[in-house]
Design a protein around this ligand. Structure first.
Ligand code: MOS
Length: 752
């Protein structure tokens, strides 16, 4: 691969878009200047199940400035629902009069101003034909179905028989709540038609997926659809799939012959987009007296909507966590009258590792063993399900380094034994993991004789520092300064990159960028060796390197980049397509159709590829009020090559903070009678604030992995949140002796 000069890989590098973001110059989708837009306001269902009988439109139409009102009656046949699939919500649609959930879009009002559209929406009268609705687990009328595993259901041996024969056992039922992402940037859509061409400005984690999906819904040629979202103000999975609202705004703009802009409210975001569904789980662990696992069973129940089978099935991960000869797993999908859930940071691992890592702590306590030592005894370099080696696994390095930094050996193992004045003190730990994904991608790279490079690829800047990672890779590979590299992303007119999900972005975009740089090196080298005036004349082009802005060859021959590039015609542009090992070449054609094709961490034939980590948490539980505080967290992660330690550190820390917020605060509550969210806004949906997070220390454990992919990049966006719930719950148990198996942890559950 391309040269090592520049040395930017692995050096802390400030975001190249940092100044633009803090000065307000960064353009988010709804900031794009659009001439003379009309404004849309969504009307959403006030019932959870039934049908729309009739609309009374007169009072709404009488509001000055109202231009159009879309309902199933006038446009219902004009768009198909978004194609299904893992994250594709199928419930929020105007297609029929059917109401699948509270807050479903049932009409779109368009007016000259936002205020007029909102006023008219509030004056729209809706007659409902209401049916009894089911809210969640235990509600009458839910429909429980087995899930469809992606591959063979993870399992081996006879977990039930081994459990019955195990000298030490623990068994627990765990529960995690519904949660909503609440990205600061709302779920906006602006649609502009120019003849047959449709431009969509919408924050998305998958530009080419959105383009293909909307084209299919509206029966357009995808070549006529462009999606633009140069910056995304947080996604966390909520902007990874397509919902039907985009197509309805496009239809509204087409009917009016005028651009239409939609900025939904914060509250509407709770029902027109996806969320993390609540789970219930049961874990059974059997072990020998010296702590070796003999049996592991993990069963999950997950809520979804009526029409969608969406589930996350985190048993695929938990079954691979520890060495165990007998493993049994099952997942059940509970259909209720709810909007369809979807991806949310570590969708599978966050809830399921809460259960496993809590159960491991319970087992350590039952054995009278240190929880770190229990994990050491059951650590493995081989995937217990597939028998394949892990490409790398530094779980124990993470546990040991974080434990040392935290001061774990100062812990008195007896629950309730540590106090500081009025406060009960507890130390808890848990492991983290996340599968490593990589996907095909394409990119266009140009280099000019003045030593400047521009790379374009439809990757996604969702706040992670994605553009900086690409700039580092190009600067590093071509030997340029980072300020000489321009990165364009967030536009489907650029070559396709897969969804910014599954923590694949860094691995995927660095590999395509390196390949593009290698293509540049090859092209300038081939031109140079043919030039009789060049110092490389007649040399093997493979021996020429592009380092520090200089082409170098055998015998100390060298030439500045500008000269080498000018030989290729003055401006060199390459288009490159990267398909990771393990995928067929047809994966690239699928990407151009907006379809996702990952090489998944546990789907490979040669290795299983995961990142690992560990959290150590100190909690303080007030002796009288049971208020829970978390004064400090120390977490360690090993995720292969770290491209930019500065932004990597922020990603890890953000994940840990969200994990802490999840453990103590976050839950979307559902009223069982009305089947509506009762705290569907950012005022009532609790999240951690700075005062809740006094100290988070992140240790980045060096890890070299030459099997996961050529650059050894594993991805870090999601692992930080995984296991934090268990670490906090385990610390609360240590402080109080009370085991809480339900998130979030609330003081009322600690009072009795
Ligand atoms: Mo992430 S939840 O895979 O966008």
């Amino acid at each position: 691969m391309a040269g090592e000069a520049g040395g930017l890989f692995g050096k802390p590098t400030p975001r190249i878009d940092g100044a633009a973001k803090v000065t307000g110059a960064a353009r988010y989708a709804s900031d794009e200047p659009v001439a003379n837009p009309a404004f849309a306001y969504l009307v959403t269902s006030a019932i959870a199940r039934g049908r729309v009988g009739a609309f009374g439109l007169d009072r709404a139409k009488a509001v000055p400035g109202v231009l159009d009102i879309l309902t199933n009656a006038n446009v219902g046949g004009q768009a198909k629902p978004p194609p299904g699939g893992d994250g594709g919500p199928t419930t929020t649609t105007l297609e029929t009069d059917r109401i699948w959930h509270d807050g479903q879009i049932i009409a779109v009002v368009v007016a000259d101003t936002y205020e007029a559209a909102r006023e008219a929406a509030n004056k729209l009268e809706v007659q409902y034909m209401q049916e009894p609705a089911s809210a969640t687990f235990d509600s009458p009328g839910v429909d429980i179905q087995p899930y469809k595993p992606r591959g063979p259901e993870p399992g081996k041996g006879d977990a039930a028989a081994a459990f019955a024969a195990s000298p030490v056992t623990v068994e627990g039922r765990y529960q995690t709540p519904a949660q909503h992402h609440n990205p600061i940037e709302l779920f906006t859509t602006t649609c502009v038609w120019d003849g047959p061409n449709l431009t969509i400005y919408e924050p998305s984690q998958f530009m080419w997926g959105l383009k293909a999906s909307v084209a299919e819904q509206l029966g357009l040629d995808p070549a006529n659809v462009r999606t633009v979202s140069r910056h995304v103000g947080g996604g966390f999975g909520s902007k990874g799939g397509t919902t039907s609202r985009t197509a309805w705004i496009a239809i509204a703009a087409r009917r009016l012959g005028r651009p239409v802009k939609l900025v939904p409210t914060r509250g509407q975001g709770f029902t027109i987009a996806t969320y993390r569904a609540e789970t219930r789980q049961r874990v059974k662990l059997g072990a020998t007296r010296d702590g070796k696992l003999t049996s592991f069973s993990h069963e999950g129940w997950e809520v979804t909507s009526r029409p969608s089978g969406y589930n996350v099935a985190g048993v695929e991960t938990t079954a691979r966590m520890y060495a165990c000869p007998n493993i049994g797993t099952a997942v059940h999908v509970v259909h209720a009258d709810r909007n369809t859930p979807g991806f949310m940071r570590a969708p599978a691992e966050m809830p399921y590792m809460f259960a496993l890592e809590s159960a491991m702590d319970e087992l350590a306590h039952a054995l009278g063993m240190d929880p770190v030592e229990l994990r050491r005894i059951n650590d493995t370099q081989t995937d217990p399900v597939s028998g394949l080696p892990f490409s790398s696994r530094s779980l124990m390095q993470c546990l040991d380094q974080a434990a040392a930094r935290f001061g774990w050996n100062g812990r008195n193992a007896r629950p309730g034994s540590m106090r500081d004045g009025e406060w009960l003190v507890g130390y808890g730990c848990a492991a983290a993991c996340y599968p490593t994904n990589i996907a095909p991608a394409a990119a266009r790279l140009s280099v000019t004789p003045d030593g400047k490079a521009t790379i374009g690829l439809a990757a996604h800047e969702i706040g992670t520092g994605a553009s900086t990672t690409v700039a580092i890779t190009v600067a590093h590979s071509l030997g340029l300064r980072i300020e000489d590299v321009t990165v364009h992303l967030g536009d489907s007119n650029l070559p396709p990159v897969t969804v910014a999900g599954g923590s694949n972005n860094a691995a995927t975009t660095t590999h395509v960028a390196v390949q593009a740089c290698e293509e540049v090196r090859r092209r300038v080298a081939e031109a140079a060796v043919k030039d009789a005036d060049s110092p490389f004349h007649g040399a093997d082009p493979a021996t020429l390197k592009l380092l520090a802005g200089t082409l170098t060859g055998p015998g100390n021959s060298s030439e500045p980049l500008d000269k080498a590039v000018s030989r290729t015609g003055g401006r060199l542009e390459v288009h490159t397509e990267y398909v990771p090992a393990g995928l067929p070449a047809s994966a690239m054609a699928r990407l151009y159709k907006g379809q996702v094709a990952f090489v998944r961490g546990e789907g490979r034939k040669d290795v299983t590829a995961y990142s690992f980590g560990a959290h150590f948490v100190e909690v303080r539980v007030h002796g009288r009020t049971r208020e829970v505080r978390v004064p400090r967290v120390v977490s360690a992660f090993a995720a292969g090559t770290i491209v930019n330690p500065l932004t990597a550190h922020s990603q890890y820390m953000g994940g840990v903070i969200w994990g802490l917020s999840s453990a103590l605060h976050e839950a979307t509550e559902i009223d069982a009678t009305s089947v509506r969210y009762t705290n569907g806004n950012l005022a009532d949906y609790m999240v951690a604030v700075s005062a809740d997070v006094p100290s988070v220390e992140v240790i980045m454990v060096p890890e070299h992995d030459d099997r996961v992919n050529p650059l050894g990049v594993k991805g870090i966006g999601e692992i930080g949140i995984v296991g934090m719930g268990a670490a906090v719950a385990n610390a609360v148990f240590h402080a109080t002796g009370k085991r809480l198996r339900e998130l979030p942890i609330r003081l009322e559950n600690l009072l009795s």
